[in-house]
Ligand binder design. Structure first.
Ligand SMILES: Cc1cc2nc3c(=O)[nH]c(=O)nc-3n(C[C@H](O)[C@H](O)[C@H](O)COP(=O)(O)OP(=O)(O)OC[C@H]3O[C@@H](n4cnc5c(N)ncnc54)[C@H](O)[C@@H]3O)c2cc1C
Length: 300
């Protein structure tokens, strides 16, 4: 019944609706079983219609950006994974405000800012993913985070398009509080006029820093654990002697101890086993409970 409903919806969509779609194809870790459906709405109206049907039919959904911070379990996702890659517009109001859709990539945003001599999101250039994922994660680097630049957030909440000013949002370190089912559809970012050459130099400095510390050579989701207050997760993992620790195809990177990498053929269960072991050993050795930064979703 629900399958028929979705098949009908798929026929009416201008965007795409894929069935039984392997999530390994959509995540940076290259693992994850199939989503029952994978939807790419063509525009906001189509997204609204899709979500209205899903809510009315009690079908779960999950938003995905670039999948750079997502670990989908091997059983996949029972419901609809929704990508907003078509909502990727980027505009400027001419007063240093950039307005963009959730599907715009971080790199495209940084390039747009550079082209318009706007400074403040150079750090985004090296963070893989989309604006939606960056805001949902409060992504950041080098002491800066996207919340610092956010002015207004536009979401789809309970079927209504809602615009909320930053002051009314609850952000933290790699955290934004959203209502259950709330979808980020766009945001405006307040930047500052700057010199194009200086902005380009800043972007290069961020990229250089990454090249020197994060070239791990295998698929990863970046930092797997959040840094506990005052400590680097990588250092705790390193001091616990876990660099190189491996289960199946998942391994603690030899290059960066907070990156878990897919050495080939890994299962989601391998990553979860490595992560659980790290938490256990770091707790025993340093009495620190590490918390995953990577979002773990789906069925075993
Ligand atoms: C090599 C590498 C380096 C990295 N370096 C950094 C770094 O320096 N700093 C940093 O902060 N992160 C870093 N990351 C992690 C990742 O790039 C960020 O978390 C990024 O913001 C994820 O964006 P995404 O679009 O891929 O989101 P996804 O991974 O697809 O999703 C992340 C979370 O956001 C939710 N979400 C996505 N879109 C929406 C939406 N439209 N509405 C509501 N919820 C949504 C998802 O459901 C999920 O819970 C790195 C990752 C890699 C692979």
């Amino acid at each position: 019944m629900k399958g028929e409903l979705l098949a009908q919806l798929g026929r009416e969509m201008r965007g795409t609706l894929l069935f039984d779609e392997p999530m390994a194809l959509h995540t940076a870790l290259k693992v994850g079983g199939p989503a029952d459906y994978f939807a790419v709405p063509a525009d906001l109206a189509e997204l609204q219609r899709l979500v209205t049907v899903l809510v009315a039919s009690d079908i779960p959904y999950l938003l995905i950006g670039g999948g750079y911070n997502l670990l989908v379990r091997d059983g996949g996702f029972r419901g609809v994974v929704i990508s907003l890659e078509a909502l990727c517009s980027i505009d400027s109001t001419g007063d240093s405000l950039i307005i963009a859709g959730a599907g715009a990539s971080n790199r495209a945003l940084a390039d747009y800012a550079l082209k318009h001599s706007l400074s403040g999101i150079e750090f985004l250039a090296g963070i893989p993913g989309s604006l939606g994922g960056a805001v949902a994660m409060n992504a950041g680097a080098g002491g800066e985070a996207i919340a610092d630049r956010l002015e207004m957030l536009t979401t789809l909440d309970n079927g209504a398009v809602t615009v909320t000013s930053k002051e009314k949002l609850c952000f933290g370190y790699r955290f934004l509080q959203l209502d259950p089912g709330e979808i980020i559809i766009g945001a405006s970012l307040r930047l500052e006029p700057g010199s194009r050459s200086e902005i380009a130099v800043n972007i290069e400095a961020f990229m250089d820093q990454r090249r020197s510390s994060q070239q791990v050579g295998y698929p990863s989701a970046g930092s797997f654990f959040k840094n506990p207050p005052g400590k680097g997760a990588w250092r705790l993992i390193d001091e616990a002697g876990l660099r190189g620790y491996r289960v199946g195809g998942a391994q603690v990177s030899e290059v960066h101890a907070n990156f878990l990498v897919n050495r080939g053929g890994a299962k989601a269960a391998d990553f979860i086993a490595v992560a659980d072991y790290i938490k256990q050993v770091v707790w025993k050795e340093a009495a620190v409970l590490l918390e995953e930064e990577v979002k773990i979703v789906g069925e075993n």
